[in-house]
Design a protein around this ligand. Sequence first.
Ligand SMILES: [Ca+2]
Ligand SMILES: [Ca+2]
Length: 164
Amino acid sequence: MYRLLTRASLGAALIAESLLAGGTAHAEPAPLVRVVLESFVAYDLEENGHDEIYVEAQRDGKSRRLFPTTGALSVARNDCVYISGDGCPSGTNYRGYYSSIRPLYEANGKLLMVTLYDDDLSGDDALVNVPIWPQPISENQYFREDADINGYHYAFNFRLEPAY
Ligand SMILES: [Ca+2]
Ligand SMILES: [Ca+2]
């Protein structure tokens, strides 16, 4: 359902270069990861008119907010909400200059669920669930989910950054 992309060869080359130059690059993988939301696109909505979106990460039954910092963001069909990373696909309605919370987690291999929700009065809908099992990393890992199911269609992009 999702693709995991790494830039292993580039990362290894950069680390080797930094060590030769006496830089501060870490040779060991990071014990922590930071969850960084990049963007999402509402190609087709769950409801008519607008969905009210928020994104959370959950581990061990504890939820932590990524976006927005409070409440939910109302989106229309074809809106692309951009926070960081690659830009929006052509043909989408760019909505930028948003920020997100970037929580830290132990890279201990335990399940971490990153979920895009639609806020509803009668129980929120989990539109896109991306389960990940973070391991220690030395370079960014990218997660690209395209969920075209149950009458709605969202693209959802985030990354893990190594943190020390
Ligand atoms: Ca709904
Ligand atoms: Ca709703």
